[in-house]
Write a protein that binds this ligand. Structure first.
Ligand code: C2O
Ligand code: CU
Length: 717
């Protein structure tokens, strides 16, 4: 219902554009009718057309009003920007044009022999009759542009001035033209119309002007959207200070975008004393080529230590962890980002922000102390879509301090292979693997054993952007013990077969006691793959039939509430709003359906600016047509509310939040980890199209540069 309203209210101005346009054309031609009956007929047609166009105008608020209950953010652009020009034109039409049209028809005779009288021609050419009808079509066009193409976000001031200004300017032009036309027709002014050749010439010039203008917009869009070959990610010309104090000095640096800045360098943000000493756990991860077979096709993949997924890293809370990354893949740079772990900024693995990409034959040592528990994962952040897609990822588990792993505490990393270029698989074809299996992976678990199944969705994007990745566990009731690395307090038991959404980059830990029969984990978009646990490890279990409207796990009210360091009623030092939407546009020289944050793609997306210690609230609105798993590096955000309802279950901390179309979330985090942090959609195909922004701490700058010239390509261009 919500979706239908959102979509119909978006396309309804088309009706006004088309029928208003036809009515306007008809109205302009009335004066040319050859006889009385033709005039009567034409007036009637015009009236019918403009009634349909008016239905479009009335339908816009009618369809948008119910959207308000889902959030004013879904309706505000419709009411404040789309509607006014259409309403103005419609009122003008009904007040000025319709009575004149009606009189024209009433006073016309029914015969086909009498030509129009001079009075009739004069009345038919009246600008008060013609212009409003023509404006109705123009206003529909503006509505289409605003709601379908441009899709503005608050504040709308400039948009409101622009659309109404355009309407008024067009009205003035039309008015002048028709006033003169009426005077000529009424014999008040001599007809000194241009000759045939001149008219053709004018027409051609008009077409050429339109073609040139469209061409100029395309070329400008391409050129202006190209990322510079060398840019500074700690700077932005669109810094958003969230209503808190601004730093003029930082802003002045931001306007320059590149160059040398004073300030705290990200490389100094290395954890200080906390990361000194002998590491408790050391690992070496070597990025190398690896040929694997998925769905019967050989893929040239890449893996850490030649494994896909990469080796599981299992550490304890409090451990000092050291990982040496070696790159043996020819011709590319790689990094490791510790997804969900709040490491010091210099260890975050973002090329061009926190380090240089590690070139072939080189190495880099990561060092951080872990202060969290739960299920995380790691992946390369260089050309993230291409490299994660190709296999540079692995699971990472943090057990509580001093805890030993239970025997059936296990991870399963599911991966949807998207980009298999050399293997001629279409980009939109999906092949999923559960760990290393592209079919059904089987594991033995003795009946009666406690099982903790840690699911990591390492996919780069959902099989279908409009549906969130959904997993189903069958064969046993279970509990959702943790989401995105955070333990749920007192999780209740859930029925077997309940769907669990795990967005790309997200995780969920399911716990249960192993029954005598098999237990199967299935991703419903890829039912032929999965994981089956059984006492002897050989049993199979059929994929469940999961209806699109099957039961779904809801995190909002799951588990027991507990106290949190801040909440909905806290005083926030900064508040930000992010409207996620889509629409045609350019990113880095390419025209595509863009996925946008506040109407922009990188580098024009807002950079959220904070000061250390700030309590920050972010409202995220999913206003577009697809879902976005939003991921903030280096911080844990507390979800405060979902679609206006406070979260009442166990405190919901997250690093990756699946924002579905129609969702409004309020989240909050403490700015307690200074640095320059990526904040992006973890549908990495969206990341690659510029759905990226940064969280910046005032005064923090980076010595690293991104862009083709630097070899650092965090966004994957
Ligand atoms: Cu897992 Cu910036 O990402
Ligand atoms: Cu997205």
């Amino acid at each position: 219902m919500f979706e239908a309203l959102l979509n119909f209210s978006e396309i309804i101005p088309l009706l006004t554009m088309i029928f208003g346009g036809l009515a306007g054309y008809r109205a302009g031609q009335l004066v040319r009718r050859r006889h009385q009956a033709a005039l009567r007929r034409s007036v009637l047609t015009t009236l019918v057309l403009l009634v349909v166009a008016t239905i479009g105008v009335l339908a816009l608020p009618a369809l948008s009003a119910p959207l308000v209950q889902f959030g004013w953010d879904f309706a505000s652009n419709r009411f404040l920007v789309g509607l006014p020009p259409m309403a103005i034109a419609a009122v003008a039409t009904w007040v000025l044009s319709v009575p004149r049209l009606a009189r024209l028809r009433r006073e016309a005779a029914r015969d086909k022999t009498t030509a129009l009288t001079a009075e009739q021609r004069y009345a038919a050419a009246d600008p008060r009759l013609v212009v409003p009808v023509q404006l109705l079509g123009i206003s529909g066009f503006l509505g289409v542009y605003v709601l379908m193409v441009y899709r503005p976000v608050t504040p709308y001031t400039i948009d409101i001035i622009t659309v109404n200004g355009i309407l008024l300017a067009v009205a003035a032009l039309f008015w002048l033209r028709h006033t003169r036309r009426q005077r000529i027709l009424g014999g008040e002014e001599p007809r000194r119309g241009p000759g045939f050749l001149l008219r053709v010439g004018r027409g051609l010039a008009g077409v050429a002007a339109v073609v040139l203008a469209v061409g100029a917009v395309i070329v400008a869009g391409q050129e202006l959207s190209k990322l510079p070959p060398n840019y500074d990610m700690s700077m932005s010309h669109n810094m958003d200070w969230g209503g808190g104090p601004r730093s003029e000095q930082h802003e002045a640096m931001g306007m320059r975008m590149t160059g040398h800045h004073s300030g705290l360098s990200v490389s100094e943000l290395n954890g200080g004393a906390d990361t000194q000493g002998t590491p408790d756990k050391t690992f070496t991860l070597t990025a190398m080529k690896k040929t694997i077979t998925v769905a019967g096709k050989q893929i040239e993949a890449w893996g850490y230590n030649g494994q896909i997924p990469g080796p599981e890293i299992r550490v304890n809370d409090g451990d000092l962890v050291q990982v040496t990354l070696i790159n043996q893949i020819p011709d590319i740079g790689v990094t490791i980002h510790w997804h969900g772990l709040d490491v010091p900024n210099s260890q975050d693995g973002v090329p061009g922000v926190t380090q240089d990409a590690v070139r072939t034959g080189q190495q880099f040592v990561y060092r951080f102390r872990v202060h969290q528990t739960g299920t995380y994962w790691y992946h390369s952040h260089q050309s993230a879509f291409a490299q994660v897609d190709r296999g540079l990822f692995g699971p990472l588990v943090v057990l509580p301090k001093g805890a030993k792993s239970d025997p059936y505490d296990m991870t399963v990393t599911t991966h949807d292979w998207k980009l298999l270029k050399e293997n001629e698989l279409a980009r939109d074809v999906s092949y999923m693997t559960f760990d290393q299996t592209d079919g059904v992976e089987k594991r033995a678990v003795p009946a009666g054993s406690p099982v903790r199944l840690r699911i990591v969705n390492s996919g780069t994007s959902a099989v279908n952007d409009e549906k969130s990745p959904t997993y189903v566990l069958t064969g046993t009731p279970f509990k959702v013990a943790a989401t995105e690395g955070t333990e749920v307090d007192q999780p209740s038991e859930i029925k077997a077969g309940t769907g669990i959404v795990i967005g790309t980059g997200g995780r969920a830990d399911l716990t249960f006691t192993m029954p005598n029969g098999p237990v199967r984990l299935t991703n419903i978009e890829n039912p032929s793959t999965g994981l089956v646990l059984s006492p002897d490890g050989t049993a199979d279990a059929p994929a469940p039939a999961f209806a699109a409207d099957g039961p779904l796990f809801k995190r909002d009210d799951y588990g027991a509430p507990a106290s949190t360091p801040f909440g909905l009623s806290s005083h926030f030092d900064r508040t930000f709003k992010l409207v996620l939407d889509d629409g045609p546009g350019f990113f880095n020289g390419k025209f595509d359906v863009m996925v946008k944050i506040n109407g922009e793609v990188f580098p024009n997306t807002p950079m959220l600016m904070v000061r250390q210690g700030d309590l920050v609230k972010v409202t995220i609105v999913g206003r577009g047509h697809v879902n976005h798993p939003m991921h903030l590096h280096g911080h844990q955000a507390l979800v405060l509310s979902h679609n206006g309802k406070p979260i009442t279950g166990s405190p919901w901390w997250t690093d990756t939040l699946e924002v579905q179309k129609g969702d409004i979330y309020e989240i909050a985090f403490k700015a307690n980890n200074p640095g320059i942090w990526m904040d992006h959609c973890h549908n990495l195909q969206h990341t690659e199209k510029g759905m990226v922004m940064h969280l910046g701490y005032e005064g923090v700058t980076t010595p690293y540069r991104a862009g083709t010239e630097t070899g650092n390509l965090p966004e994957g261009q």
